[in-house]
Ligand binder design. Structure first.
Ligand code: NAD
Ligand code: UD1
Length: 338
């Protein structure tokens, strides 16, 4: 029998990493997690072990510490890396710019350096739709000019450029995945979104209102130039996103592609549309209050998904109702999170 390929998941205990872990297992890979639990809880590991019914290879540590990263490569014969580990709050990045830039950039540099030393040259990188900044024309394709509007977005653009730099010097094969708005949970509802940081995204906040933990949802702005005045986003089910990583990994294993790809559904939904969909699946009334716009928010963004289909032969499968149902299932079965 052929040995399973070891894939290093930096930030593998986080929201996207933990779901991708399960997709990799399903596809015959052996994922290894390195995480310092800065924004994730250790219970994630117990839950993953419960689902896969065996122990996980886990390295607890900070990827900004070079020695820790080198030790991970020494211990395991790493075939490829999926690099999730980063700080991701836009708001916090504005007040703690150097903290964000150093964690996100030094982390990547340490990983690439270890990859060079240990002759591992395949990496999938977590980027974000926020590299597109505030664009008027929708949908945004991968060729759209990138522009950062906050230090978090800046860190992603710098990391994308670093990968490009190393393409020649370290013979790196990379795929940059620009995620839109992942929501929902694994079908078991044993893992889901439960960060240590305060919940700021729309879906977890709606879920909290539906379950009665918050009296109402704050709707940030209702006079944008959108279908109903509220912000429009491209929400994607977390398991579709996770499967996109498997497709990306398979692609770089076969071909030396070095490129960026949007992972979204190609459809935009407004805050009011999401509220209505959530009410439908939960049977709960979502109370809300109209509030001022949140600084740094773009009015509308959704992905051009042609490249993902063409290059990865991947597209999302779950619709917005299924996404809301999944989010509600996680909330119902885990009212206090992990
Ligand atoms: P998350 O915070 O849930 O997961 C990130 C994980 O990385 C956490 O477990 C955290 O503890 C770990 N981590 C951070 N810095 C580390 C370090 N220096 N050493 C070791 N571990 C470290 O975030 P997520 O939602 O799973 O996001 C994963 C990646 O996707 C991030 O790079 C994020 O910027 C990007 N992204 C996320 C979204 C989203 O909506 N969730 C959208 C676009 C891009
Ligand atoms: C935010 C980040 C983005 C990050 C993404 C995933 C900002 C400006 N952008 O994106 O960089 O990649 O999260 O972590 O923070 N909304 C409400 N009420 C709420 C929460 C949100 O009305 O309580 C609205 C927002 O104004 C927006 C939409 O819902 O129109 C989606 O918001 P959110 O889930 O935070 O995602 P993004 O703003 O796309």
């Amino acid at each position: 029998m052929k040995a399973k390929k070891n894939v290093l998941l930096t930030g593998g205990a986080g929201y996207i990493g933990s779901h991708t872990f399960l997709s990799l297992i399903e596809n015959g890979y052996n994922p290894i997690i390195i995480d310092n639990f800065h924004n994730s809880k250790k219970e994630v590991i117990n839950r993953l072990e419960h689902i896969i019914k065996c122990k996980i290879n886990l390295i607890e540590g900070d990827i900004c510490e070079r020695e820790i990263v080198l030790k991970a490569f020494e211990k395991f014969d790493i075939s490829s890396v999926i690099h999730f580990a980063a700080f991701k709050s836009v708001e916090e990045s504005v007040t703690k710019a150097s903290y964000y830039l150093s964690n996100n950039i030094i982390g990547l540099l340490n990983i690439i350096e270890a990859m060079r030393i240990f002759k591992c040259n395949k990496i999938v990188f977590s980027s974000s739709a926020c590299v597109y900044g505030d664009k008027e024309e929708m949908p945004v394709s991968e060729d759209t000019h990138r522009k950062f509007v906050n230090p978090y977005g800046q860190s992603k653009i710098i990391c994308e450029d670093i990968l490009e730099t190393y393409k020649n010097s370290a013979d790196l094969r990379y795929l940059i995945l620009r995620y839109f708005n992942p929501i929902g949970c694994h079908e078991s509802a044993m893992i889901g979104e439960d960060p240590k940081s305060e919940l700021s995204n729309l879906m977890p906040n709606i879920a909290q209102v539906a379950i009665g933990k918050k009296p109402y949802l704050e709707v940030f702005g209702n006079d944008y130039n959108t279908i109903d005045g509220t912000g429009v986003r491209d929400y994607i089910h977390i398991m579709d996103l996770a499967d996109g990583h498997v497709a990306a990994l398979k692609k770089i294993e076969i071909e030396g592609v070095n490129t960026s790809i949007n992972l979204g559904t190609g459809k935009g939904y407004s805050v009011f549309e999401i509220i209505r969909a959530y009410e439908k699946v939960s049977g709960k009334k979502i109370e809300y209050k109209l509030c001022p716009k949140r600084s740094g928010d773009v009015p509308i963004i959704f992905a051009d998904i042609k490249k993902a289909k063409k290059v990865l032969n991947w597209n999302s499968k779950r619709d917005i109702i299924e996404m809301c149902r999944s989010s509600w299932q996680w909330q119902l079965e885990n009212p206090d999170g992990y």
